[in-house]
Design a binder for this molecule. Structure first.
Ligand code: NAD
Ligand code: UDP
Length: 313
């Protein structure tokens, strides 16, 4: 049994990860400031004796004797990370420093939830881990992209300089139940809009692509990465290579909610919105013996069921 700290544990991904680690028999400390997470995501875990909840902000130092740290604290949806961009940079950078400092002090292993956004609007397709990316350092998305890039820099340097055991996961677009109704990311937006018979907001002409991974596949990948040998640090892409245009996604969601009277409406493409994104997952296949299992339709079905229940009066 290990004692494991999950920062951002009350968020979408964090809540599933906490649950998985508890199911494996570990003791879990879930740390969150509830900016984009909520108690509702983990309320079903509160009566489990090895689950502990801490209200804390990762920009402040935190101390606990732990064996492993999953550092997930950071808003992930563009509307939320752009709401207070300075805070987003602080969360990524100071959060990384605080968690790496803790890992160094208690000799814990620490995993960083990095992102495909480190590749920016990529000129190499699909994206491999050795691609350095194409990021605008002063654009609207920079607070997130550059914050996450700086966090990767901190991780590798704590490893090189102080021997901290690190793992870096570059997570590609992930979706599933427990996303907030007002999360703002594309899958939850389209499903909520279709269920409410509201217009489906397609940004730009919808020809930009994304590759969508279901939450259970990601959690499996993260746990496998944490359990790799110490000499493997990553970064490693964790995502589903199935690539779709956003227009295809809108059509698919409408097809899967047949009673919906929603129609597609066009809205301006946000600044620096990446035109294409698809992970090359050869490294994850080799080092983690991992690949995603849940096809888009199946994942969408679970997610639609979740939002249907959530939106019920
Ligand atoms: P989310 O917004 O649901 O979860 C983030 C959690 O972090 C929330 O519970 C929030 O309250 C908490 N948080 C934010 N700032 C904090 C702070 N300063 N101190 C403590 N807690 C704080 O997002 P998510 O989709 O679950 O993403 C989790 C992590 O995975 C993030 O680091 C994100 O960058 C990364 N990621 C997610 C995706 C994706 O598609 N979901 C893709 C790439 C990377
Ligand atoms: N998008 C859209 N309508 C929405 C929300 C998003 O067309 O209501 C588009 C967005 O412009 C982007 C893609 O969907 O091209 C994915 O957006 P999301 O915010 O989910 O994630 P990210 O851009 O960070 O990959």
């Amino acid at each position: 049994m290990k004692r494991i700290l999950v920062t951002g544990g009350a968020g979408f991904i964090g809540s599933f990860l906490c649950e998985r680690l508890l199911d494996e028999g570990h003791e879990v400390i879930c740390l969150d400031n509830y900016f984009t997470g909520r108690k509702r995501n983990i309320v079903h875990l509160l009566d489990r004796p090895y689950f502990e909840l801490v209200r804390h902000d990762v920009t402040m130092p935190y101390f606990a004797e732990v064996d492993e740290i999953y550092n997930l604290a950071c808003p992930a949806s563009p509307i939320h990370y752009q709401y207070n961009p300075i805070k987003t940079v602080k969360t990524s950078v100071m959060g990384a420093i605080n968690m790496l400092g803790l890992a160094k002090r208690v000799r814990a292993k620490v995993l960083q939830a990095s992102t495909s956004e480190v590749y920016g609007d990529p000129k190499v397709h699909p994206q491999k881990e050795d691609y350095w990316g194409h990021v605008n350092p002063i654009g609207q998305r920079a607070c997130y992209d550059e914050g996450k890039r700086a966090a990767e820099t901190l991780f590798v340097n704590y490893h090189r300089q102080n021997g901290v055991r690190i793992k870096i996961a570059r997570i590609f677009n992930t979706y599933g139940p427990r996303m907030m109704v007002n999360d703002g990311r594309v899958i939850s937006n389209f499903i909520v809009q279709a269920l409410r018979h509201e217009p489906i907001t397609l940004y730009g002409d919808g020809s930009q692509t994304r590759s969508f991974q279901y939450i259970s596949d990601l959690v499996e990948g993260l746990v496998r990465l944490m359990n790799t040998e110490d000499n493997f640090t990553g970064p490693v892409n964790i995502g589903n290579p199935g690539e779709y245009t956003i227009r295809e996604l809108a059509e698919k969601v409408l097809e899967m909610i047949p009673g919906s009277t929603s129609e597609i409406v066009y809205r301006p493409l946000p600044e620096d919105d990446p035109m294409q994104r698809q992970p090359d997952i050869s490294l994850a296949k080799e080092k983690l013996q991992w690949e995603p299992r849940v096809p888009l339709e199946e994942g969408l079905r679970h997610t639609i069921d979740y939002f249907r229940q959530t939106l019920e009066p």
